[in-house]
Write a new protein. Sequence first.
Length: 344
Amino acid sequence: MTAQVLDRRVFAEFFATGAAGASRGEARALWDAMGDAAVGGKGLRPALLQATYEAFGGTRPELAQHVGDAVELLHTAFVMHDDVIDRDLHRRGRPNVSGAFEARGRAAGASASRAQRYGQAAGILAGDLALVGATRLVATVDTDRETVARLLDLLDETVRVTAAGELGDVRLGLHVDHPTLADVLTVEEQKTAVYSFSLPMRAGAILAQAPAAVLPALDRLGRLVGIAFQLQDDLLGTFGDEAETGKSTLSDLREGTVTALVVHARSTSAWPAIAPHLGDPHLTRAAADDVRAALTACGSRELVEELLDQHVREARLLARDLRAVAPVIERLTEDLLSGTRRAA
């Protein structure tokens, strides 16, 4: 499914209104940095919401566009907070909010540590503003009060699940536990799948006044597709073609990211050859090639590819039972599988 939304006006107006209402100086600079950081997203979530809304017979596309922009703003909030957690200063090839304000602090003459704290504070506050903004957009959609209440309940549930997943992901990064494959998949489901796939699909169905009985199935469907996308991301982050994906194949290895690939490899005889390289910030491309070869030889790559295919198959079967969303899921998962085939 091509991520395309015809009208992103509500999303753009959020940043324009915030900037216009801010006083000059740092407050205005924060809103400007937020607007810059939000440019360039693929729009997958609003497109999925709109497609689901239409699949269930929705006839007011402006409602789907409005709530779709709220979901995209929620994604923006999560990304801003995630960048602070990961101490990332760039996203989409340019400074994020934290990076822009760290540079601003340095330009003002602050020490490196103080400038860093300034950047982190800006990132947290920007995420807070976007999170509240997303909630307000949902609360002001032009539909009946019962539907708005259901959407707000869904938003609240999603934020709670995503926060648990984010914390679980940070816990994995401590490298003090020995997580199972199920543990890693649960974190990926909570951190990404629920808000990126389950939320927009259920929100689209609620807006279209679809029967309440379909919502649990849509939740399950979104989680299946979301986990598949994350497994794809893990594969491309290690085996992908950087020229095609734009994603580094060294970052995950250098950071020692605990992925499904890593958890499986830990249970094999190849682990002693792999472990010393994971988390090495100076990992060379030659050493990374050796790690990839070991991950392939020990069956970790094959296992993750099979898991991805399994989740796609289950999602497609469930979508056929729902009928209305079957074409949406078929297109979405075809794009997913074609992306995986770009792995080297």
